[in-house]
Design a protein around this ligand. Structure first.
Ligand SMILES: [Zn+2]
Length: 429
């Protein structure tokens, strides 16, 4: 399971190779204790050690392991669990010390070379539904009550920032809350202390989790929340048909709901669209018919619309002029860059598409935030650079908004099925 790699990697920390004396490659080597650098590195970093076993190892599955000395190899998933549970739960344990015992070797598979064993749910049989699997809504309504082996397949929607909470006993604990969804609902999952390390590698809108026997907590404000209890198992990125379906559903939903999609550069010939011999003019109704008849086509053209609403002043005041998305949460600011509140990653912000309200022509309208603007189109509309837009004073914003309201503009637009939104390539007043 990918979420457990760091625990192993961080246990066997990589070491910086020893520098030559004075940094000079010609300098004579320092007299040592007879070990070569390779031998020293092997001891310090067992994961890098070449493995040339002298004996035969029998290949077994985990359920074939029996107590006693024997040379065996087996492939398995790693679990991150609280240590206290280990001695309660398992019948056979295998101690491994690759650093000290040369006959021990651990190989970490980070690709799909062991696909079926590392990703397929344990009880899954091809062509049959996974036992105990239910939708999130069914689980929250009644599935949490006395159903043993209940499973839910969910996608990560957002990952909250780590919070420190003081218990009644006075001790401190850390809490990370993860919002999960499927096509039937949403739920919050609380992960305490060391469990909170796992979500760091999950991606909002992408990572799929298969949760078996989640802990359920009654909440008065919602249908309930989830936690990790002793019987809970969370499988990250499981491979089975329901997970594949959910993965596709999540991609579509993110495209539909996301405010700050990245602008796909190089899909349209903007020059030809604006100044070419064949320039197409569409009404909004025609565009709608075109896209619905074949959403996979790529085309560009003009629309002529009236700006019915502007929210420049209100977003400027609320410090929401620019936006970005990270950890599944929209991040707003009036600045060009800001760090994510959750993961501290520095983010480059783009103009908030909701600044422009409803656009109207004689045949239809476009709702706020539904167009995908590129930087060039924004700068043409405002007749200033993005940096200058962020530096507008509130008086300037007010004046500009008054000037733009009810103005009729030509927008150069492009459509591509994969993008799933009408892109604004340029603006002509
Ligand atoms: Zn983030």
């Amino acid at each position: 399971m990918p979420q457990s790699y760091p625990s192993i990697q961080s246990f066997y920390k990589r070491t910086v190779p020893m520098e030559k004396q004075d940094g000079n490659p010609q300098a004579p080597p320092i007299p040592g204790d007879g070990f070569t650098e390779e031998e020293l590195a092997d001891t310090l970093d067992p994961l890098n050690r070449k493995w040339n076993p002298e004996r035969e190892y029998e290949e077994l599955t985990i359920n074939q392991l029996v107590p006693g000395p024997k040379s065996v190899t087996f492939v398995g998933r790693t679990l991150r669990r609280r240590m206290a549970y280990l001695s309660m739960t398992f019948l056979v344990t295998a101690n491994m010390f690759p650093g000290r015992v040369t006959s021990d070797h651990v190989m970490i598979h980070t690709n799909n070379s062991t696909g079926w064993i590392c990703r397929t749910p344990l009880e899954y049989r091809k062509g049959q539904p996974l036992p105990g699997l239910m939708t999130l809504n069914s689980y929250l309504r009644s599935g949490h009550d006395g159903v043993s082996g209940a499973k839910i397949a969910v996608c990560v929607k957002s990952i909250g920032a780590k919070r420190k909470i003081k218990k009644k006993t006075g001790s401190d604990c850390e809490l990370v809350e993860v919002l999960l969804f499927d096509h039937t609902g949403e739920v919050r999952l609380s992960m305490w202390n060391d469990m909170g390390l796992s979500p760091r590698e999950w991606q909002a809108g992408k990572t799929i989790l298969l949760i078996s026997n989640p802990g359920y907590r009654v909440e008065y404000s919602s249908k309930g929340s989830l936690g990790v209890v002793r019987q809970t198992m969370i499988e990250v990125e499981p491979e089975f048909p329901d997970a594949q379906w959910l993965r596709k559903y999540a991609v579509g939903l993110t495209k539909k709901e996301s405010l700050c999609l990245e602008f796909p550069e190089g899909l349209w010939d903007v020059e030809a669209a604006e100044y070419g011999v064949y320039r197409n003019f569409y009404t909004l109704a025609e565009l709608d018919t075109w896209v619905r008849s074949d959403s996979h086509q790529v085309f560009s053209g003009f629309i002529n619309v009236t700006i019915m609403e502007m929210s420049l002043v209100s977003y400027h005041r609320r410090n929401m002029l620019m936006c970005a998305e990270c950890c599944g949460v929209p991040i707003y600011s009036n600045a060009l860059t800001t760090p994510c509140r959750n993961c501290d990653k520095p983010l480059k912000l783009t103009l908030n598409p909701k600044i422009i309200g409803t656009l109207l022509d004689e045949t239809g309208c476009v709702a706020p935030g539904k167009l995908l603007w590129n930087q060039r189109a924004w700068e043409q509309l405002f007749n200033r650079t993005t940096k200058e837009i962020t530096e507008m004073t509130s008086d300037e914003a007010k004046l500009y908004e008054m000037r733009m309201l009810f103005l009729r503009v030509h927008l150069v637009v492009g459509w591509e099925g994969g993008v799933g939104r009408l892109a604004v390539l340029g603006t002509m007043m």
